[in-house]
Design a protein around this ligand. Structure first.
Ligand code: GBH
Length: 463
């Protein structure tokens, strides 16, 4: 992969104490879904809905990480990173979504943390990466306020058990996906298409984050870093026309500011509240909620994949639809695409990091996911020359370094993902791993991009 001189210089400018890691999530890799007391999550259920997931794939086996964990931790060590971001499966810890801890389920994460520490790797623990216990969905799921309290209780069970060894705690991964893909668009579990319910989910996810953050802070016996992880992107206006600028601003409102503003400033963005009000929708805010939600965090995690541009008019130049609502239309930027059909827009990453650092100052940022799916072809040894993915990493790590030079306080970078894994609605069809997984044999083989990452970390550290 040819690396431009400017990208090489940017990457070389990263400091030696910049944090490097790889990321995964529980349902995407663990398998062993009915082992040691685990009960179904909303994803076990959703995978059984005909047509919901590509070819009816599910996480029953996935990467068999539950049994292969020590081998996978050894692999992480070989990659030369210093941190591993993983998530805990709530239905392993509380099979009924409430009540006492299930010791056998907890024991897995206890062993994982010990294994990481023994190898000198820093555990970054995410409490919720989308696998809600099905029993809690049956009781109303995230649109129900009670789920926020259940999440805080669950978080404390994990925190009490692991806070002596885990210093980096993330509450939620990408609440936008839980709320919008899960309850508005029906593309993720639990597969609902109910926009008002999705807005209730937004508020209760944020409330759950705040309650858990407060409880963990109060119970911490030593310094810990508390975080939330958001998916975000730069929303570019297609032209300088006022309706295009407004369309991009609205997209950013629903995608990013609806989370960032309450988390950091303790209020929902006025323009988003007004837009929802015109549709008769209000956030179910009770007294004190926004104080809880804006409990200070130590790190803001951002997951970045791509950016888009927005137009405020349709093909015929109309700026409002039949109901009088303003039009928002995604227009292609004309870039190369990954296997997900996502355009490759590294400067959108730089612009995002600089903007978030400026608009929400004082909170260190960490890139908690960045990566790409490509149509990999393995040779007879399982090796993949994934030049497309490697080029994506080169341009995006350079984009992070560029953001730092422009003043963004970015402290670290986690590649998504350690392994090829269960890519949600796309099943096993899309591969994001820097390590190849042969799903027939479960053999792991680092791809060329993994070797690039290892060599890049070494070079940055002057080793
Ligand atoms: C992450 O989600 C997940 O955290 C991770 O589990 C997953 O495997 C990985 O990405 C790869 O998909 O076009 O309306 O969907 C990222 C999901 C996809 C959310 C792009 C924002 C853009 C808006 N993101 N999406 S839309």
């Amino acid at each position: 992969v040819p690396v431009s001189e400017s990208d090489r210089a940017l990457i070389a400018s990263l400091p030696t104490d910049f944090r490097w890691g790889v990321a995964t999530s529980s349902y995407q890799i663990e398998g062993a879904v009915d082992v040691d007391g685990r009960t179904p999550s909303i994803w076990d259920t959703f995978c059984r809905v005909p047509g919901a997931v590509h070819e009816g794939d599910n996480g029953d086996i996935a990467c068999e990480h539950y049994t292969r964990m020590p081998e996978d931790v050894a692999l992480i060590k070989e990659l030369g990173v210093d941190s591993y971001r993983f998530s805990v499966a709530w239905p392993r810890i509380q099979p009924h979504g409430r009540g006492p801890v299930n010791p056998k389920g907890l024991a897995f994460y206890d062993r994982l943390v010990d294994e990481l520490l023994a190898k000198g790797l820093d555990p970054w623990l995410t409490l919720y990466h989308w696998d809600l216990p099905q029993e809690l969905e049956d009781a109303g799921g995230w649109p129900a306020r009670d789920t926020a309290y259940r999440f805080a209780d669950y978080s404390m069970l994990v925190f009490d058990a692991l806070q002596d060894r885990v210093k980096n705690w993330t509450t939620l991964n990408e609440p936008w996906c839980s709320a919008m893909l899960g309850y508005a668009y029906g593309l993720h579990a639990p597969g609902k298409q109910d926009f008002p319910a999705a807005m209730n989910a937004v508020h209760h996810l944020l409330l759950g984050h705040g309650l858990a953050t407060q409880a963990m802070r109060a119970a911490a016996k030593s310094p810990i870093d508390l975080a939330i992880v958001l998916n975000a992107a730069t929303a570019y206006p297609a032209t300088d026309a006022p309706e295009d600028i407004a369309a991009a601003h609205r997209a950013d409102g629903m995608g990013a500011r609806i989370y960032l503003d309450p988390l950091v400033h303790g209020r929902y963005p006025a323009d988003v509240v007004a837009d929802l009000g015109k549709r008769g929708i209000e956030f179910p805010v009770q007294d004190g909620d926004l104080e809880i939600i804006s409990t200070p965090i130590d790190v803001l995690g951002l997951n970045y994949y791509f950016s888009q541009q927005f137009s405020g008019s349709d093909e015929n130049g109309r700026t409002t639809d039949d109901e009088g609502f303003p039009i928002s239309r995604v227009l292609p930027l004309g870039r190369d695409k990954t296997a997900m059909d996502w355009e490759i827009v590294p400067e959108g990453f730089t612009d995002l990091l600089v903007r978030v650092s400026k608009d929400y100052p004082g909170i260190p940022l960490v890139v908690t996911e960045n990566g790409a799916a490509f149509a990999d072809e393995a040779d007879e040894n399982g090796f993949v020359v994934d030049d497309g993915r490697t080029a994506y990493f080169v341009s995006h790590v350079a984009a992070v370094a560029a953001a730092r030079q422009q003043g963004a306080d970015v402290r670290g970078y986690f590649a998504w993902s350690l392994l090829d894994n269960f890519e949600w609605a796309y099943g096993y069809d899309k591969r994001f791993g820097i390590v190849r997984v042969d799903y027939d044999t479960q053999k792991r083989t680092p791809k060329k991009s993994a070797l690039w990452l290892r060599d890049t970390i070494r070079a940055v550290r002057g080793a």
